[in-house]
Design a protein around this ligand. Structure first.
Ligand code: PGA
Length: 251
C-alpha cells in the first residue's frame, strides 16, 4: 500500500501529569512498533516534562504554543521551551480559533515559528455546519491553508501535517462519512500540490473518530491518519484505533 499513517490523540484539557504517565505506560503495552505507523499524543502542557523518553513508540506533542521565542508574554509557552519536550505541535485547532479567538494571522505565525524550531506543526482546518450547508466548505479550507502557509518555502511545506476537522463533527458523535472526508482530503491534497509542487502531504481526519468508524476512514485513499479527541482518552479505545490501522497496513 505504501501509505504512512499517523494516529494522533488530542487530550484537550484532560489528564494531570500522573494520569498522563500511566496512560503512556499502559498504551505502550498494547501495540508494537511497525513501519508506516506513527503514534502521537497531545497531553496538556503540565504533563509534557514528565513524559520525556517514556516510550520510544509514542511521540509527544503540544496542543498549542505562542509564536515568540521569549519575552513579556505572561501565561504563554514558546517553541524554544517545547523544543526539548515534544516533536509535534497542534496549530489552529478549531477550539483555539473559536474560544480563544486565534486568527489566521496568528496561525500563520505559529506555523512559521514551529518550523523554525524544528517542531512538526499539525495544522488544523475545517468548516462549520453553516459553511458546509452554504456550499462554502472548499473555499473555507483553501483560504485557511493559503493563509497558514503564506510565505513558506517549498521545502518547509513538506514538514507540515494537515488535520481536516469539520467543526460540526468535533465532540458531537457525528463524524463526516468516509466519502465526505475523502472528498475534502482530495481537495486539500490538490490545493497543497498547487502551493508546493512535488511535496507530499500527510492529511489526518478528525471529528468523532472512534474504533468503530476508524477503519473505514483510514482506508480512504487520501486519509493518512486520524486526530482523535474523546476516544483518545481511554487506552482501550485509542489502542483499538491503532490496531485497526496496523491491520490496514498488513493488506
Ligand atoms: P473528537 O475531537 O474526536 O472528540 O470529536 C477531535 C478533536 O477535537 O481533535
Amino acid at each position: 500500500m505504501g501509505k504512512k499513517f499517523l494516529i494522533a490523540g488530542n487530550w484537550k484539557m484532560y489528564k494531570n501529569a500522573a494520569e498522563s504517565r500511566a496512560f503512556i505506560q499502559e498504551l505502550g503495552q498494547t501495540f508494537k512498533a511497525q513501519a508506516g505507523l506513527e503514534v502521537v499524543v497531545f497531553p496538556p502542557f503540565t504533563a509534557l516534562a514528565g513524559l520525556r523518553n517514556q516510550d520510544a513508540k509514542i511521540k509527544i506533542g503540544a496542543q498549542n504554543m505562542f509564536y515568540e521565542e521569549k519575552g513579556a508574554f505572561t501565561g504563554e509557552i514558546s517553541p524554544v521551551m517545547l523544543q526539548e519536550l515534544v516533536d509535534y505541535v497542534l496549530i489552529g485547532h478549531s477550539e483555539r480559533r473559536e474560544i480563544f479567538k486565534e486568527s489566521d494571522a496568528d496561525v500563520s505565525k505559529k506555523v512559521r515559528a514551529a518550523l523554525q524550531f524544528k517542531l512538526s506543526p499539525v495544522l488544523c482546518v475545517g468548516e462549520t455546519l453553516q459553511e458546509r450547508e452554504a456550499g462554502k466548505t472548499m473555499a473555507k479550507i483553501k483560504n485557511q491553508l493559503e493563509k497558514a502557509a503564506q510565505g513558506l518555502e517549498n521545502y518547509e511545506m513538506s514538514k507540515i501535517v494537515v488535520a481536516y476537522e469539520p467543526i460540526w463533527a468535533i465532540g458531537t458523535g457525528r463524524n463526516a462519512t468516509p466519502a465526505q472526508a475523502q472528498e475534502v482530503h482530495h481537495f486539500i491534497k490538490g490545493t497543497w500540490q498547487q502551493m508546493a509542487p512535488g511535496r507530499n502531504l500527510q492529511i489526518l481526519y478528525g471529528g468523532s473518530v472512534k474504533p468503530e468508524n476508524s477503519l473505514e476512514l483510514l482506508a480512504q485513499e487520501d486519509i493518512s491518519g486520524v486526530l482523535v479527541g474523546g476516544a483518545s482518552l481511554k487506552v482501550e479505545q485509542f489502542s483499538a484505533i491503532i490496531h485497526n490501522c496496523a491491520e490496514l497496513l498488513k493488506k
